[in-house]
Design a protein around this ligand. Structure first.
Ligand SMILES: NC(=O)c1ccc[n+]([C@@H]2O[C@H](COP(=O)([O-])OP(=O)(O)OC[C@H]3O[C@@H](n4cnc5c(N)ncnc54)[C@H](O)[C@@H]3O)[C@@H](O)[C@H]2O)c1
Length: 266
């Protein structure tokens, strides 16, 4: 059992889903968020802070073994919004973690870091970035920052390119990239315990239509218990009306603001 885990974005949708398993897997779980939040389990402590506040952050990270970083702006937005939450806040967190001597950071990257790949292409974890939005670019920034800190400072990085996390899939695209919250929680547990330096894995359940090969996650011990396959019959007709969205893995994120004159749909 780890002594201390810090969970950022603890008041958010995914942070709330991860909390119970994290609280059970360490002696002390520190919950960080800029939004109000309250400690629930006996071993939880709550810190309401902005990741950009280095002084407060330093205190919250002192003595922590691992950071599970799920704070951030979770969708497309203008640059000022994304830069504050997903770039400046991320740079601030990694630097504070390095100074505090944190051993590893697991973090919420996104399918939108590779959303401009066509759905016809199966990606390995080594796939070059292909962001589909300003939001996706900020996730690529975080992956690059993790790589830098792992190589230069030995701060282990575990980037999870999360598909869509929800109790069940709700459209045809999710037949490929959906992940059940229990599988995400299991993947986080893998990231807390496995031996690695810097990894990028896919946050996806055991879906036969997945666009991603998740060999590395499986080699480290990930065994997803859920699959979107049971929903194929009921959801496969629920596609969008946009040929651009249907062509690219990123769906509507790829189609937004899209005006590439050389694009030809399949
Ligand atoms: N929900 C999904 O299916 C999904 C898919 C792919 C990636 N992700 C990523 O997972 C993470 C969590 O997503 P979510 O759906 O729980 O989002 P969410 O908006 O519900 O939660 C994010 C939390 O981060 C906090 N936050 C934002 N900026 C902060 C800052 N500067 N300092 C402190 N706290 C800050 C917010 O207050 C919020 O509670 C995000 O990084 C998102 O991009 C989510």
């Amino acid at each position: 059992m780890l002594d201390c885990i810090v969970l950022t974005g603890a008041a958010g949708r995914l942070g709330r889903a991860l909390r119970p398993a994290l609280a059970a897997s360490c002696k002390e779980l520190r919950l960080l968020d800029q939004s109000p939040l309250a400690a629930g389990h006996a071993n939880e402590t709550a810190f309401q802070l902005d990741l950009n506040d280095q002084a407060v952050l330093a205190g919250a990270l002192a003595g922590a073994n691992a950071v599970v970083h799920f704070a951030g702006y979770p969708r497309e937005a203008d640059w000022p919004t994304l830069l504050a939450a997903n770039v400046a806040g991320v740079a601030s967190l990694w630097e504070a973690a390095r100074v505090a001597g944190v051993g590893r950071i697991l973090y919420a990257s996104s399918n939108h870091a590779v959303g401009m790949y066509p759905r016809s292409e199966k990606l390995s974890q080594g796939a070059l970035p292909g962001p589909d939005s300003r939001y996706g670019v900020t996730k690529v920034f975080m992956e690059s920052l993790a790589s830098l800190y792992a190589a230069k400072h030995g701060l282990r990085g575990f980037g999870i390119r999360i598909g869509h996390c929800a109790p069940q899939p709700s459209d045809a695209r999710m037949l490929s990239h959906w992940i059940h919250p229990e599988d995400l929680s299991a993947l986080v547990q893998v990231g807390l315990r496995a031996e690695y330096e810097n990894e990028y894995v896919y946050g996806v359940s055991n879906n036969s239509r997945s666009w991603w090969s998740n060999d590395r996650a499986e080699a480290l011990g990930y065994r997803p218990a859920h699959s979107a396959d049971a929903f194929i019959d009921s959801l496969q007709a629920q596609t969008s009306a946009s040929p651009v969205a249907e062509h690219f893995q990123g769906g509507s994120f790829a189609a937004a603001e899209f005006d590439n004159p050389r694009f030809r749909a399949d």
